[in-house]
Design a protein around this ligand. Structure first.
Ligand code: CP
Length: 315
């Protein structure tokens, strides 16, 4: 790895290496993520231009467990609010010798833009860009699925809800396909499905009763209203009636199906409270796995950078 911007185009061996590396960071006897010195002397800057609870906190914890120094730039009180451009903010942080930028931005392509403008010794990790990609979320989801279900080749996975605006769904579909998942389904009203989504190798369903039949994994998504035009906002009560995951709809899936959600969850909109907190929910396991997966991605990106820089100085 050099940067980690998207899952698209990465090969199965690399995704498996990320999962195995994440597993190696967890002390199984204590179910705790170990502290190790892989990023000692390095500085990680978390640049979150969009709100976050899970991703920001777990990136910070992951960097600290890797013994890095961590800078969380508070964008609302930073000079971005005085009109400083993204490029100037980056150059300023680079002058402070930051080694890695973890970036969340509402614009699709923001992390790619930053990766093109940093010096070659800096790694960039995408923590979610617009509706394009959220690759570390997809990888922590893959780790959670692998821990509970094992071999992807045996699995039917359904992703439910606002696929159209979801960077998480796009990254999950790329990861699930690359890891050889038997069947990937999306379930949504036509208004919340991207055009030509079938080209991503998924089966499309518009009814929960058919789409959830016999699935092993159900991934629920939030209605991402911040990316919708106000006039096109769906009615929450209508959406819940048709697509909200309730105990009754859960009965269509396999009895041992697990329930996932990247968060933040909206109870009573896309998921019933009892289902979100029930015995088949692994939503909080996903959050915990975020630390180990982000440690894996950050340490692999940093060692990739070091190797590339050694090669270029040897040439
Ligand atoms: N899943 C996710 O990205 O959550 P946050 O917005 O809280 O980081």
């Amino acid at each position: 790895l050099k940067h980690f911007l998207t899952i698209e185009g990465l090969h199965a061996g690399l995704l498996t290496e990320i999962l195995d590396t994440a597993d190696s960071f967890v002390d199984m006897s204590e179910q705790q993520v170990k502290k190790i010195p892989l990023l000692r002397g390095k500085t990680v800057a978390n640049l979150f231009f969009e709100a976050s609870t899970r991703t920001l906190s777990t990136f910070e914890l992951a960097a600290k467990r890797l013994s890095a120094d961590v800078l969380n730039l508070n964008i609302s009180t930073s000079s971005t609010s005085k009109g400083e451009t993204l490029k100037d903010t980056l150059m300023t942080l680079r002058a402070m010798h930051c080694d890695m930028f973890v970036v969340r931005h509402s614009a699709s392509g923001a992390a790619h833009f930053i990766a093109e403008h940093v010096t070659p010794d800096v790694a960039v990790i995408n923590a979610g860009d617009g509706r394009h990609a959220h690759p570390t979320q997809a990888m922590l989801d893959m780790l959670t699925i692998r821990q509970h279900k094992g071999d992807f080749a045996q699995l039917k996975v359904a992703i439910v809800g606002d696929i159209l605006h979801s960077r998480v769904a796009r990254s999950q579909i790329h990861a699930l396909r690359t890891l050889g998942t038997a069947e990937i389904r999306v379930i949504a009203p036509l208004t919340l499905l991207p055009r030509h989504i079938e080209a991503m190798g998924v089966k499309v369903y518009t009814e929960m009763s058919r789409g959830l039949r016999d699935v092993d994994v159900i991934i629920m998504l939030r209605l991402q209203k911040e990316r919708m035009q106000t006039a096109l906002l769906p009615s929450e009560s209508e959406f819940y009636k048709l697509y909200g995951l309730t105990e009754a709809k859960l009965a269509y899936a396999r009895p041992d199906a697990i329930i996932m959600h990247p968060g933040p969850i909206n109870r009573g909109v896309e998921i019933e409270s009892g289902v979100a907190d029930g015995p088949r929910s692994v939503i909080l396991n996903q959050v915990t796995n975020g630390i180990a997966v982000r440690m894996a991605v950050m340490s692999m990106a940093m060692s990739g950078q070091l190797k590339l820089n050694q090669q270029s100085t040897e040439v």
